[in-house]
Design a protein around this ligand. Structure first.
Ligand SMILES: Cc1cc2nc3c(=O)[nH]c(=O)nc-3n(C[C@H](O)[C@H](O)[C@H](O)COP(=O)(O)O)c2cc1C
Length: 253
């Protein structure tokens, strides 16, 4: 597979070994941006980016989403402050790696209990990120001048969180294609422990808020590509009872 990003192929054509086309280039190049200029994107640009979300596919075409655009510096600052507060509280309860022996005796079983019931939330990656935030080494919303809250309508068909993911990916790809930076922020969900934020954004059943997208002009250049696993692809392309054949991603078959 040709990974060169400089020369581009035309859209709607395929020839073996041809360079990426503009859509593929946008997909391959997009990175999470965690440093933004103060000045927000123009409203017309945000509206245009949200159009890419509107046209996302969803099960049964239920479109189980609502978009909330937060641009008020005052509200953004309050969200950051409160998110850090909640994260600090969680880390105080659960982070047994940075405490003395006695506290560790109490915290470790508590943490293990929560890890069991909240498995994905307390995965080592968000756990480490939360501990960095609690230590003031990084920010929850990365000082983004705009947040798009991806409000999920749980009455959607089949699996609304999946629809939200697809819709959000359209948004971040559109943003990147227009020269803007974005970062998914799952940690916004910590604000949902605080009733005033649920009230402020009208998040009550059947609505849920699990993720938002930080948007803006990127400040520092993003890091290079983060590593991606090359998965084994299993092909069932022969007879009913034939064994599958296997190829590895990124390797010419
Ligand atoms: C659902 C979701 C939630 C995420 N939450 C956060 C977050 O809270 N904070 C953050 O800095 N990055 C967050 N990320 C960004 C991932 O860390 C990032 O996509 C991943 O490391 C791959 O890097 P890349 O986006 O630059 O390719 C999230 C990504 C997704 C898809």
């Amino acid at each position: 597979m040709n990974m060169k990003l400089e020369e581009l192929s035309p859209l709607y054509e395929y020839q073996e070994g041809m360079p990426w086309n503009p859509v593929e280039k946008v997909i391959m190049e997009r990175r999470s941006i965690r440093g933004f200029k103060k000045e927000p994107l123009p409203d017309t640009m945000i509206e245009r980016i949200l159009e890419a979300g509107r046209f996302a596919p969803s099960a049964g075409n239920a479109q189980p989403w609502r978009f909330i655009v937060v641009k008020s510096p005052e509200i953004l600052a309050a969200m950051e402050k409160d998110a850090v507060r909640v994260i600090k509280f969680f880390m105080f309860l659960l982070d047994y790696t940075r405490t003395g022996f006695l506290l560790r005796l109490i915290k470790k079983p508590l943490a293990k209990f929560y890890i069991r019931i909240l498995g994905n939330e307390l995965h080592p990656v968000p756990f480490e990120l939360m501990s960095q935030i609690a230590l003031g080494k990084t920010k929850v919303f990365h000082d983004a001048p705009t947040l798009i809250l991806m409000v999920e309508d749980s009455r959607g068909v089949s699996c609304p969180p999946m629809d939200i993911g697809i819709c959000g990916e359209n948004i971040v790809l559109s943003a990147h294609s227009l020269g803007a930076g974005s970062c998914w922020i799952g940690l916004i969900k910590v604000l949902m422990y605080l009733p005033w934020w649920r009230k402020r954004f009208g998040i009550r059943k059947p609505y849920r808020l699990e993720v938002c997208i930080a948007l803006g002009w990127q400040k520092p250049k993003a890091d290079g590509a983060v590593p991606r696993e090359a998965q084994v692809i299993e092909w069932f392309d022969r007879g009913l009872n034939d064994a599958p054949r296997y190829t590895k991603q990124g390797v010419k078959s």
